[in-house]
Design a protein around this ligand. Structure first.
Ligand code: CAA
Length: 386
């Protein structure tokens, strides 16, 4: 059995670094809807964009447990920076490593690993959200090029002042009866003519993490831009999302821990009726429940990560980790606001931001309802599909 305490020292190092280079900027990132270049560069300097990328391409080659701890600790400092690293590691570096041709890996991995290029994962469309296979964006082969037309929405890591490359699902088989088996994954640099960012979404939280529409208008990419097999792009994206759901779980644990830490400190230092709040049994119980839930969520996340590292199936466990951790994150953030009273509701105090940020974890990379469908289907079939 994995002894997670063996990662304690690693966690301390990451936490100290995240507290130094990310946390001091968290409030401004939220207020200004922007991650400044200085933070991007400091994060890149740590190698966190390429945490799981091979060393040969400038990555740190961490296992998924270490990577999850990093996403957790960075999210504890700032959800916006945490989600950016979650997408880069799980939805970009991981599928590129798993499915990319040697030429694609050689060409794209160094930029992703160094953080010089941000990767976005363009699956969602106006009519393809939870029903992710209902892709309407098309790619038609014209000689040696794919011509892409269509629209994506709610796409993270679409930071306009940073070089970007998008992994997009496109329908390559025009036969509607092909369903999800007619969808491919294409690699599209954001600078390609015909690739245009649309509206930047005006989100409740995670303000520094850019989320945008993308429009493809006769956007041409070379024929060899297919990632993985032709018409197998839906499955590739599902496999990437399995990994992504571990990191979104890690993000929720980090945000939940941030809220818990603040609640404990408040219980120790705030005096009412002549004594610290934490003397009250009502507060002790609340904090005990919050801490137990965060710990349970953390172990669910690490357990799914360890299964991935061991080469075991982990679709179900990743969905459980995300579903549970996201719910715990929201509940713990809400309880922490309650313990703080008016202060928790004040925008100048970090809890209100944490509460808004963690809500995304119940929605992005598959809603909680989708996670329960994934878990239920895999259990009730009595055979593991993945
Ligand atoms: N691994 C490998 N293959 C998988 C798989 C997995 N985890 N999940 C499904 N598949 C395969 C199936 O085996 C099946 O293949 P075969 O036909 O060969 O057997 C094929 O994919 C189709 O599977 P389903 O029939 O289960 O597909 P479905 O249409 O019923 O959809 C779903 C299943 C679970 C609901 C899926 O659509 C889903 O996960 N939806 C949520 C999408 C999502 O998470 N969206 C978030 C996008 S990312 C984001 O938030 C934005 C961002 O910027 C990061």
């Amino acid at each position: 059995m994995l002894d997670y305490s063996s990662y304690d020292e690693f966690r301390e190092e990451i936490r100290a670094k995240a507290d130094e280079i990310v946390a001091p900027h968290a409030a401004a990132i939220d207020a200004e809807d922007h991650i400044p270049d200085g933070v991007m560069k400091a994060v890149a300097q740590e190698g966190w964009f390429g945490a799981t990328a091979p060393e040969a391409y400038g990555g740190l080659a961490w296992d998924t447990v270490r990577y999850s701890i990093m996403v957790e600790e960075v999210s504890r400092a700032s959800g916006s920076v945490g989600v950016m690293l979650a997408v880069q590691g799980s939805l970009i570096v991981y599928p590129l490593q798993k499915y990319g041709t040697p030429e694609q890996v050689e060409h794209y991995m160094p930029g992703f690993a160094s953080g010089e290029v941000l990767g976005s994962f363009a699956l969602t469309e106006p009519g393809a959200g939870s029903d992710a296979g209902n892709t309407k964006t098309t790619a038609v082969l014209d000689g040696e090029e794919w011509v892409i037309n269509g629209q994506k929405c709610f796409i993270t890591n679409t930071k306009r002042d940073w070089p970007g490359i998008c992994f997009a699902t496109v329908r390559t088989d025009p036969d509607p009866s092909a369903g999800v088996r007619g969808v491919s994954s294409l690699v599209v640099p954001a600078e390609t003519p015909g690739f245009n960012y649309g509206r930047k979404e005006n989100k409740m939280g995670l303000h520094g993490s850019d989320t945008s529409e993308i429009f493809f208008e006769d956007c041409r990419v070379p024929k060899d831009s297919v990632l993985g097999e032709l018409n197998e792009g839906f499955k590739l994206f599902m496999v990437a999302l399995d990994a992504g759901r571990i990191s979104i779980g890690a993000m929720a644990v980090g945000l939940g821990q941030a809220a818990l830490d603040l609640a404990i400190k408040h219980a120790e230092t705030r005096h009412q009726f002549g004594k610290p709040l934490g003397v009250q049994q009502a507060i002790q119980w609340k904090i005990a429940e919050m801490a137990t839930k965060v710990r349970a969520a953390r172990f669910l996340v690490y357990s799914a990560a360890a299964r991935k590292d061991a080469g075991l199936p982990y679709t179900t466990e990743a969905a459980m980790a995300k579903y549970y951790a996201a719910e715990v994150g929201r509940l713990v953030a809400s309880d922490a606001v309650q313990i703080h009273g008016g202060l928790g509701y004040d925008k100048s105090y970090p809890l209100e931001r944490i509460y808004r940020d963690v809500k995304l974890d119940e929605i992005g990379e598959g809603t909680s309802e989708i996670q329960k469908i994934v878990i239920g289907r895999n259990l009730i079939n009595l055979k593991r599909k993945t």
